[in-house]
Design a protein around this ligand. Structure first.
Ligand code: C2E
Ligand code: CA
Ligand code: CA
Length: 605
C-alpha cells in the first residue's frame, strides 16, 4: 500500500485531506507540525509527502531542507500546500527541491491528480520497465555477458562474479571470526574432526591465517598486434582462444577469468591470506602462457604482462581494482613485459610534460585559454540538428591545443575541474541562450559533468544560479555523467539526480557500455538519455557482434523510456544501421566534428 505523510498544522485542512486519502485506500500518517513531520518522514520513509508551507516554528521550507539533506528521504516526492499564490513563494519551494505545489483551497480532484502524477513516475512505471528489461536481458544474455570469440565472461559479467566472490569472502571471514571462541568448533568448522573422532583430545593447532584478500589480476598479452600483423587477424583470434583456454584450465573452479578487450584478460583467483600468494599465482600464470602454442602446425611463443591489485586494500569495487591492476600492468609493459607487479599507491608519476600541464591549468581559466566547441546531435529520422554537446578545448600558450582527454584527468585530480566545469556550464548556457535569442530553433545543450562536480554539496544551488544568470530554460540542458560517477554511492547519487531533475534538466549516461554495470543495474538511476559509446559504433558495419549489441542496447534503452544516442558515427553505413535499429540520435564526424561557436552557428544557418 502506498504510504503518504501529511504535514499540516490546521486541523480542518488536515482532516479533509486525510479523509480523501483514506477513501482512496492510501496508508496515511499525519503530523501536526514541522518537527513531528520531519521525524515521521525519516522513520517511515513514505512514498509521498504533502506538506503545508506556513507552519509555526519549523515551516514547510525547513522540513523540505532537512529531508532533502537526509539520504533516506532525499528523493521522496514532496508536494507543498500553500495559501499564497505568490510566485516567489512556490519558486522558493521548487528551488529547494519540491516536486509540485497545490494552492489552497484545492479540490479533491486537484489533490488526487497531483498525487497520481508524482506516484506514477516512481512506482508504477518503474516496475513495468524492470520486468520488460529483465526479459530483454535474458533474451540477449549470451551477447551481453560473454565475449563472443573466447566465450569467456566479459567485463559486464566480471562485476557480478566479483561481487559473488566478495560476498563469499566476507561470509567466510565472519564465519571464522565467530568460531574463534571455542577450539572444538573451530576445528570442526574446518573439517578437521578426525582426531576427535578417534578419541583424541583436540590439540591446539596454530591458527591458519584467515583469508581476507581477493587479488585482481590484469593480464595483457605482449605484442599481440605484431602477431596480428605478421600472421593475420584470424591467426590472432586462434591464439586468443588458446590463451583463454589455458587460463581457464589453470584456474580452479569458482575462480574467474574474463576477457576485457582485445588482448587483456582479468583474473580473480580465490581468496588469499597474504599478498605473496598473489605473486605466486601471477608467476604460475606467466609460466603457463610462456609455453609454446601449437596452432595450425606453427609453434608460437607469447609472453604476458600482469598487474595486480588487492581487495580491499586497493579498492572496494571491481572497476577501481581493475583500473589499478591495469596501471600496474602498463608499468610492466613499459619495462619490457613478461613480468608481474603489484599496484603501488605512490608511484611518482609526473613526467615533465604532466607537471607543465598541471601548472598551466592553474592559470588557464584566468588567462582565458579555454574555449568551448560544439558538436551537433542529429535526429536520425529527420536529419535535423536537435542539440549540441559542449566540448572543452584548451589553447596552451606553448603546447598549442591540448586534448581534454589529457587535461581533464589532471584537472580532476587537482580539483581545478570545479571552477573549470562551472565555467563550461555557464558558457554553454549563455551560448545556447544567445542562439535562441538570435532566432535559431531551440537546441538541447549537453554538458559533461565530472565526478568532482557531481560530489559538490551545493551543486544544485550552483546550477540554479547559473541557469538564472543566463536566463536559460533548464528543460534544454542535458547533464552527461559516466557510470563510474554514479555507482560509487548509488543511493546518494540517485538522490542527487532526482534533485537535479526537479529543476527540469535531463540526465544522460555517457560512454555506455564501457563500464561494468548492466542497464538493469543502472535503471535505478533516473536517466533520460543513453549515449552508446563509440567503441560499439566503430566498425559496426563489419562487426556482427557489435551490431547485435548495439541493437539490444537501443531496444533496452527504449524499454526504459530512455532516448538512445550513438556517439562516434563516422560513416554512412554506420548511420544506416543505426537508423534501422531505431536509434533516436547520433553524434559524430560523419555529420560534423566539434566546432567553435562561430562555425557551429554557420552550420545552423
Ligand atoms: P566524451 O564526452 O565521450 O566526448 C565525445 C568525444 O568523442 C569528444 O572528444 C569528441 O570530439 C569525440 N568524437 C565525436 N565524434 C567522433 C567521431 O566520429 N569519431 C571519433 N573518433 N571521435 C569522435 P573530445 O572533445 O576530445 O573529448 C574527450 C573527452 O573529454 C570527452 O569524452 C569528455 O569525457 C571529456 N570532456 C570534454 N569536455 C569536457 C568538459 O567540459 N567537462 C568534463 N568534465 N569533461 C569533458
Ligand atoms: Ca560526453
Ligand atoms: Ca561519450
Amino acid at each position: 500500500m502506498t504510504k503518504i505523510l501529511v504535514i499540516e498544522d490546521e486541523l480542518e485542512v488536515r482532516e479533509n485531506i486525510l479523509e480523501t486519502l483514506k477513501a482512496e485506500k492510501f496508508d496515511v500518517t499525519e503530523a501536526e507540525n514541522g518537527f513531528a513531520g520531519t521525524r515521521l518522514a525519516i522513520a517511515l520513509q513514505p512514498d509521498l509527502i504533502i506538506c503545508d508551507v506556513m507552519m509555526p516554528q519549523l515551516d514547510g521550507y525547513g522540513v523540505l531542507r532537512v529531508l532533502r539533506q537526509n539520504e533516506n528521504t532525499a528523493t521522496i516526492p514532496f508536494i507543498f500546500l500553500t495559501a499564497k499564490s505568490e510566485k516567489a513563494d512556490w519558486r522558493r519551494g521548487m528551488e529547494l527541491g519540491a516536486d509540485d505545489y497545490l494552492i489552497k483551497p484545492f479540490s479533491t480532484k486537484e489533490l488526487l491528480a497531483a498525487i497520481a502524477a508524482r506516484l506514477q513516475g516512481r512506482v508504477a512505471l518503474e516496475k513495468k520497465h524492470a520486468k520488460e528489461l529483465k526479459e530483454l536481458e535474458n533474451k540477449y544474455s549470451n551477447l551481453l555477458y560473454y565475449d563472443s570469440l573466447t566465450k569467456l565472461p566479459n567485463r559486464l559479467s566480471l562485476r557480478s562474479l566479483f561481487e559473488e566472490a566478495r560476498a563469499k569472502l566476507s561470509l567466510e571471514t565472519q564465519h571464522s571470526a565467530s568460531n574463534t571462541g571455542s577450539s572444538t568448533d573451530n576445528l570442526s568448522a574446518k573439517g578437521e574432526t578426525l582426531l576427535e573422532g578417534k578419541g583424541f583430545a583436540p590439540i591446539a593447532k596454530p591458527e591458519a591465517p584467515t583469508k581476507k584478500m581477493l587479488p585482481v589480476l590484469c593480464l595483457g598479452l605482449d605484442r599481440l598486434s605484431r602477431i596480428n600483423e605478421t600472421l593475420g587477424y584470424s591467426f590472432g583470434d586462434l591464439l586468443l582462444k588458446a590463451v583463454a583456454k589455458r587460463l581457464t584450465n589453470f584456474l580452479e573452479p569458482g575462480h574467474v577469468v574474463a576477457r576485457l578487450n582485445s588482448d587483456q584478460f582479468a583474473i580473480v583467483p580465490g581468496a588469499i591470506a597474504q599478498r605473496n600468494e598473489a605473486s605466486k599465482i601471477a608467476e604460475n600464470l606467466l609460466a603457463a602462457i610462456a609455453k609454446p602454442f601449437l596452432l595450425e602446425g606453427k609453434e608460437v611463443f607469447v609472453t604476458a604482462s600482469t598487474g595486480m591489485a588487492v581487495y580491499p586494500q586497493d579498492g572496494q569495487r571491481i572497476d577501481q581494482l581493475l583500473q589499478k591492476a591495469n596501471k600496474a600492468m602498463r608499468r610492466v609493459k613499459e619495462s619490457g613485459g613478461n613480468n608481474y607487479q603489484f599496484y603501488i599507491a605512490v608511484w611518482h608519476r609526473a613526467s615533465d610534460e604532466i607537471l607543465a600541464l598541471e601548472n598551466g591549468l592553474r592559470y588557464a581559466l584566468d588567462a582565458d585559454e579555454f574555449e568551448l566547441y560544439y558538436q551537433p546531435q542529429v535526429d536520425l529520422q529527420t536529419g535535423q540538428i536537435v542539440g549540441a554537446e559542449a566540448l572543452l578545448r584548451w589553447q596552451h600558450p606553448q603546447l598549442g591545443l591540448v586534448s581534454p582527454a589529457k587535461f581533464i584527468p589532471l584537472a580532476e585530480e587537482s580539483g581545478l575541474i570545479v571552477p573549470i566545469g562551472e565555467w563550461v556550464l555557464k558558457t554553454a548556457c549563455q551560448q545556447s541562450k544567445a542562439w535562441q535569442a538570435a532566432g535559431f530553433p531551440s537546441l538541447r545543450m549537453a554538458v559533461n559533468l565530472s565526478g568532482r562536480q557531481f560530489a559538490l554539496p551545493n551543486l544544485r544551488q550552483r546550477l540554479v544560479q547559473i541557469l538564472m544568470e543566463a536566463s536559460f530554460n533548464p528543460e534544454y540542458l542535458d547533464l552527461e555523467l559516466t557510470e563510474s560517477i554514479v555507482i560509487q554511492d548509488p543511493k546518494a547519487a540517485s538522490g542527487i539526480l532526482q534533485l537535479l531533475k526537479t529543476l527540469g534538466v535531463k540526465i544522460a549516461i555517457d560512454d555506455f557500455g564501457t563500464g561494468y554495470s548492466s542497464l538493469s543495474y543502472l535503471q535505478q538511476f533516473p536517466f533520460d538519455l543513453l549515449k552508446i559509446d563509440r567503441c560499439f559504433i566503430k566498425n559496426i558495419s563489419k562487426n556482427p557482434t557489435n551490431q547485435a549489441l548495439t541493437k539490444s542496447i537501443i531496444e533496452m534503452a527504449h524499454s526504459l523510456n530512455l532516448q538512445a544516442i550513438a556517439e562516434g558515427v563516422e560513416t554512412e553505413a554506420e548511420m544506416g544501421l543505426l537508423r534501422q535499429y531505431k536509434c533516436d540520435l547520433m553524434q559524430g564526424y560523419l555529420f560534423s566534428k566539434p566546432l567553435p561557436a562561430l562555425k557551429f552557428e554557420q552550420l545552423l544557418r
